[in-house]
Ligand binder design. Structure first.
Ligand code: NAP
Length: 446
């Protein structure tokens, strides 16, 4: 990687990058097809990503005409890497097999190892013959919507494409590596006031939160909306709070510790509920939910903001969905993108239909939404939520911390970048926005 790092440092032109040979192999964080049974018999909590995620040398795949090779300077942990590393709900090798059957280029992905990771910042080092808008030397971040643009179903909202995939989860050659292969239509300009690791941590969670709250494909929030945000200092929640505040909404953040309450208050979120301190027991046992606890939660929200939520930002799933549907305002919306605590959901349908509430499904973001969300980062209207950084060799530990909910915001991973703090090319914008705001999660987070 050294000659590429020197060219990146020197801001060299395309010809210099093109003169440096692409290595035959590179270091990457992988799970192995031969190990998918290693956690058999264990509960989710006991499945340890530190055992299943390995950092090893892998061969560089061939480049398709619509792709680029990039040197990945930094990446970040997303919950999908946790799912891959504990082989839940399914081992991801099935996704790779299916992609492998699609085409000659898809076949490259069907391997006995899976290079994981769905976020990256870095520099393009080669562009395929069909790539028009990016050339070697371009400093980029990557969004993870992996779409076949020759499929007609991808040409309205690409998230509705029949074979839409998440890069680094349902495809191979992901971002937790020193090198990656990405489609040109995944690239976006790097926010130049941020370091590589600050720039790398945003795209997946920021774009998802943008679609869930701001986009007309999601809750289409408006000024004055009360927005209940579960996991408000987590990966998705840290951006959702910013969108609520920026858009004139009234966020009510739910978190699980006094430190997280302080972090949210420092972000400007005045209304915070510490769910641990409140001790809600929405489920009295594994089978039965307790409506009186939903009611108590609803009262606590009203006591804070004097109203019920117009929008509930949902992702914990089984543990919270009953309460989310119950507390949403008459005519309100629960927008959901996940089910961390279990995907077999139960809620009382009477509260949904009698009060004309709706549940909206959301999943990542199309290119337009991801670009809009990245633009807000580039302008300094939305801040990164990076709270900690690990070297590539410690990817397992980083994923373990996310799995065990030991983190706030995002955990970054340094891939090819030799150290933290590199890559800032617009210090003026950085000082205009303010170091305090950009590094809030780093200072007050875990
Ligand atoms: P994260 O960084 O771990 O944050 C999730 C937060 O949820 C935690 O900080 C925790 O906050 C809260 N939480 C966890 N379990 C809970 C429970 N049982 N009850 C209430 N709150 C709970 O994860 P993330 O990146 O925000 O992702 C959250 C989920 O969304 C994951 O399942 C992920 O796979 C999914 N996701 C989906 C998409 C998509 O495109 N569909 C995109 C991104 C993420 P407190 O402990 O402080 O309350």
């Amino acid at each position: 990687m050294q000659p590429f790092l020197e060219a990146i440092e020197a801001r060299a032109d395309a010809a210099v990058f093109e003169s440096i040979p692409v290595p035959d192999s590179y270091r990457a964080a992988v799970v192995l097809a031969g190990e998918t049974e290693m956690f058999a018999g264990l509960g989710s909590e006991d499945k340890d990503p530190r055992r299943s995620l390995h950092v090893q040398e892998v061969p560089t795949p061939e480049l398709a005409p619509d792709e680029v090779y990039m040197v990945v300077m930094a990446s970040a942990i997303n919950f999908n890497t946790v799912w891959t590393s504990i082989f839940e709900p399914l081992p991801t090798f099935g996704f790779l097999k299916r992609l492998g059957r699609e085409s000659r280029w898809g076949a490259r992905h069907d391997l006995p190892y899976h290079v994981v990771g769905s976020d990256a910042s870095g520099v393009v080092i080669r562009a395929g013959s069909a790539v028009r808008n990016w050339q070697p030397g371009a400093r980029v971040v990557v969004h993870c919507n992996y779409v076949d643009d020759q499929d007609p179903s991808s040409h309205d909202d690409s998230m509705l494409a029949a074979n839409q995939r998440i890069w680094g989860f349902e495809s191979n050659f992901g971002g937790l590596a020193e090198l990656s292969v990405v489609k040109a239509n995944q690239l976006m300009p790097k926010p130049e006031h941020l370091s590589w690791e600050e720039a790398a941590c945003n795209a997946l969670c920021n774009s998802t939160s943008y679609r869930m709250l701001v986009s007309r494909n999601g809750a289409d929030m408006k000024q004055g909306d009360v927005i209940l945000i579960w996991g408000a200092s987590g990966g998705l929640g840290g951006y959702a709070v910013q969108y609520a505040l920026n858009g004139g909404g009234i966020p009510v953040g739910v978190v699980s510790s006094a430190d997280k309450v302080k972090l949210l208050q420092a972000m400007g979120c005045e209304n915070v509920i510490d769910r641990k301190a409140a001790g809600y027991r929405f489920w009295s046992d594994g089978q039965t939910q307790d409506e009186s606890e939903w009611r108590r939660f609803g009262k606590d929200i009203r006591a804070l903001v004097g109203d019920d939520p117009d929008i509930v930002f949902e992702h914990p799933g089984r543990q919270t969905m009953g309460a989310s549907v119950f507390v949403a305002k008459r005519g309100g919306m629960v927008v959901t993108c996940a089910a961390t605590s279990g995907y077999m959901i139960e809620y009382d349908n009477r509260h949904l239909w009698m009060k004309l509430k709706s549940i909206k499904a959301s999943h990542f973001a199309n290119y337009r939404e991801a670009w809009a969300a990245n633009d807000l980062i580039r302008r300094g209207a939305v801040q990164p939520t990076l709270s900690a950084v690990f070297p590539l060799d410690k990817t397992g530990e980083a994923a373990y911390q996310v799995h065990r909910n030991m983190h706030e915001g995002k955990i970054g991973v340094l891939c090819a970048a030799p150290s933290e703090g590199m890559g800032i090319a617009d210090p003026e914008l950085r000082s205009k926005i303010g170091e305090d705001r950009i590094t809030l999660f780093r200072r007050l987070g875990a």
